[in-house]
Design a protein around this ligand. Structure first.
Ligand code: PMP
Length: 427
């Protein structure tokens, strides 16, 4: 039987539907759930995968690195060579252009922006002393990226995302403005839609000719090895393309092992051209006398090469792919063909992006919260936390155990329907 599209229902049909949905919603509320799908955190089971790493370093381990340095002491500012090599392979760069730092790539992004604000890039005035600083924010996107730009007082400009990446016609237009200093990118399995930038998008990034000499592309490859299927999507190397174009100073690359080993206790890396690294190394030299090399060593022993990284990621996939499948199954079963929601079916990353009927996202999040399921705040995926359509919701399937996820999705779909009926009856 064909499912009735909500937008074709009469007022009478909508009222009947509303009464039915409200009854089901009340029953859900009475169950007193307490579930959280707000952030893309690995589940406890995923964390277990890296527990052997903690046993690989003990008082009898080899603690002198291949550089001859005692890893218990200060030094080796760029990080241990083996880890620089591993990140180079993950990020499509060369080891010489990589710095392996502390536990968080977001921290490195913040520091890089901070460096630009106070000391500037390419011998330009620091951003903080220029008249205006604007930043391009592909939306929907990662809320913490946008929050860094907002924190430093920049003007955030939303650039619509497409399945190929950000709208490059707009990007090329915006960079003609010398106040536009950068763009946030999650090029593979983007947060939250799970889109991988097309080859053409990468080439157009490499070919950008911004008016500002101190414009930078923040290429956050957080999900570079985080595949969910047998056919990993491939991302063209921005580094190689920039080298062909002589635009090596445009991009700054980031990645981390947060969702490979332990978030908060992993290792993060940053990559850039020699000219950019010169400025960033100087900045770091004031900030720290060297990274935590014992943690770096632990990671080298646990993940000595790409083969091991792939093996580890296959274990993650075995845990989380069924959760993504469950989310998609619920969305299709409950919302498919009803004209009130559209969603992405990502092949990797950590999120599913759901667009509900315009003007309903806040209400859906509120309904879920009142019945005990916390979602990412509506609007979070847009600059300033404001989704002009009030439509996008980021679903994070990885953290809850699958039984809880199934319940949360049942409630989520019910809430999407209820919010839509309420909206349509207001018209
Ligand atoms: N970038 C993106 C796109 C992310 O989704 C996340 C985590 N949610 C991070 C960076 C944070 O990375 P880290 O733990 O290395 O700071």
């Amino acid at each position: 039987m064909r499912k009735l599209n909500y937008c074709e229902m009469s007022e009478e049909q909508l009222k009947l539907k509303k009464a039915d949905l409200e009854e089901r919603y009340a029953a859900f509320k009475a169950r007193g759930l307490k579930l959280n799908m707000a952030r893309g955190k690995p589940s406890t089971k995923q964390l277990e995968l890296s527990m052997p790493m903690l046993d690989l370093l003990n008082s009898s381990s080899q603690l002198v690195s291949s550089t001859g340095d005692d890893c218990r002491n200060y030094g080796v500012a760029d990080g241990l060579p083996e880890l620089r090599e591993l990140f180079a392979q993950m990020m499509g760069l060369e080891a010489g252009n990589i710095i392996v730092g502390g536990n968080s790539s977001l921290n490195m992004m913040f520091d890089t922006i901070s460096c630009a604000m106070t000391h500037g890039f390419s011998d330009c005035k620091p951003w903080g002393r220029q008249n205006c600083v604007k930043f391009l924010c592909p939306a929907p996107g990662y809320d913490r990226h946008f929050a860094i730009s907002e924190y430093f007082g920049m003007e955030l400009i939303a650039v619509p995302m497409t399945p190929e990446g950000p709208d490059m016609d707009l990007v090329e237009e915006y960079v003609k403005d010398p106040c536009v200093k950068g763009i946030w990118c999650v090029p593979k399995y983007s947060n939250p839609q799970g889109y991988t930038y097309s080859d053409e998008t990468v080439r157009r990034f490499a070919a950008l000719k911004p008016a500002a000499a101190d414009f930078r592309i923040f290429w956050d490859n957080a999900y570079c090895v985080h595949d969910l299927t047998d056919c990993p999507e491939s991302l063209l190397s921005l580094w190689e393309e920039c080298r062909k174009n002589g635009s090596e100073d445009l991009p700054i690359f980031f990645a981390s092992s947060s969702k490979i080993t332990f978030p908060g206790a992993g290792v993060a890396a940053m990559g850039a051209s020699e000219a950019n690294l010169k400025e960033l190394r100087r900045h770091y030299s004031f900030q720290t006398i060297g990274p935590d090399k014992l943690n770096q060593l632990r990671h080298i022993y646990f993940l000595p090469n790409m083969e091991r990284v792939k093996e580890q990621m296959a274990h993650h996939r075995a845990i989380i792919a069924p959760k993504f499948e469950a989310v998609i199954r619920w969305l299709k079963k409950e919302l498919g063909g009803k004209g009130i929601a559209a969603w992405t079916e990502p092949n990797g990353g950590y999120f599913v992006s759901v667009d509900v009927l315009e003007g309903c996202a806040k209400r859906v999040v509120e309904l879920c919260k009142e019945a005990g399921v916390v979602l990412t705040g509506a609007g979070a995926t847009y600059p300033y936390g404001k989704d002009p359509q009030d439509s996008n919701i980021r679903v994070a399937p990885t953290y809850p155990p699958i039984e809880e996820l199934e319940l949360a999705m049942e409630l989520f779909c019910l809430s999407v329907e209820l919010a839509a009926v309420e909206k349509l009856l207001q018209k």
